[in-house]
Ligand binder design. Structure first.
Ligand SMILES: Nc1ncnc2c1ncn2[C@@H]1O[C@H](COP(=O)(O)OP(=O)(O)O)[C@@H](O)[C@H]1O
Ligand SMILES: [Mg+2]
Length: 285
């Protein structure tokens, strides 16, 4: 097992990260696993130990401990400003901890990369869709290899026919699918999603949730989804973390088999329980 402690030079510039720089030399993508159980070997396990982060003396994350097994789908919910994005950025190495540490482990000989996707697709307007996806490969591969991998990632998100168009001609949902393809093209072991569907209409959002879940099941990366939508969290995740005052206030497993049915009473009850927790802890004194 390879343990990769995040170091200062792993951090990407604050403004840019359309993608994370590749951590390791390029390699052929692993064969696609068909079963979620076997796919889990492709993911990065995340261990967070006594992690704290303060900005200008204001503590945002405080003595947080967490272990995420490889391949797990974890959703992070909590009120606005509670530190969800900060936690994600610390785990991805985009932010340095004030104290404590984050360790990413892989069973692969070469640890797979980690990627993040945001609410805004952050596409390059002057590059066609395929070239935007190839950006996720960094500098690796020949032009032909990069193109082939970009096309393969685009077909995974159902946009193979849009490879040669400009981003400006796409709908909001299609742009987010291009951003997803860019995040997936390097076959990440950890995919962080920071409210990736927040700007989409309800139906597009449900379609994207199903697509992300399906790709996660086939590829086996570890998924870390920040969302303000508790129904999205219970529909998609194996486990939900409620973050409050810089700590994990609630850590619940979602033991409903997949594919999950919208309106499932167990999911509805769980959603209610989490919402109650969030509302109770924020009721006026
Ligand atoms: N780079 C930064 N500099 C100063 N304060 C920050 C920075 N990033 C986040 N914060 C502060 O940390 C707190 C948590 O922010 P964030 O993690 O973005 O919350 P969330 O994603 O849960 O809405 C907020 O009070 C925010 O203002
Ligand atoms: Mg945020």
């Amino acid at each position: 097992m390879i343990a990769t402690a995040l170091r200062a030079h792993d951090a990407a510039p604050e403004t840019l990260p359309l993608w994370q720089p590749a951590d390791r030399p390029a390699k052929e993508p692993p064969p696609r696993a068909r079963q979620p159980e076997s796919a889990a070997t492709g993911g990065l396990a995340v261990t967070v130990r006594d992690l704290s982060k303060a900005f200008d003396g204001h503590t945002v994350i405080e003595n947080l401990d967490l272990h995420i097994p490889a391949g797990q789908f974890v959703a992070v919910v909590g009120r606005s400003g509670c530190g969800k994005s900060t936690l994600l950025r610390l785990i991805l190495g985009l932010e340095q901890p004030s104290s404590g540490r984050v360790v990413l482990e892989s069973e692969a000989v070469r640890a797979p990369p980690k990627r993040i996707m945001f609410q805004e697709p952050r596409l390059l307007p002057w590059a066609n869709v395929a070239d935007n996806v190839a950006v996720g490969l960094g500098e690796t591969g020949t032009k032909a290899e990069r193109r082939a991998r970009a096309l393969s990632a685009l077909s995974e998100v159902g946009l193979a026919d849009k490879a040669w168009v400009w981003p400006a001609t796409l709908s909001g949902g299609q742009r987010q699918r291009v951003a997803l393809a860019r995040a997936l093209v390097s076959r990440p072991g950890l995919l962080a999603l920071d409210e990736p569907l927040g700007a989409l209409d309800a139906l597009t959002r449900i379609g994207m949730q199903a697509m992300i879940e399906e790709i996660w099941r086939s590829q086996g990366f570890t998924a870390l989804l920040v969302t303000h939508d508790v129904s999205e969290a219970v529909a998609m995740a194996d486990r939900i973390l409620v973050v409050e005052d810089g700590r994990v206030a609630l850590d619940v497993k979602v033991e409903v088999p997949r594919p999950r049915r919208r309106g499932d009473p167990i999911l509805a009850a769980l959603e209610g329980r989490i919402l109650d927790h969030l509302l109770k802890t924020h009721a006026p004194a």
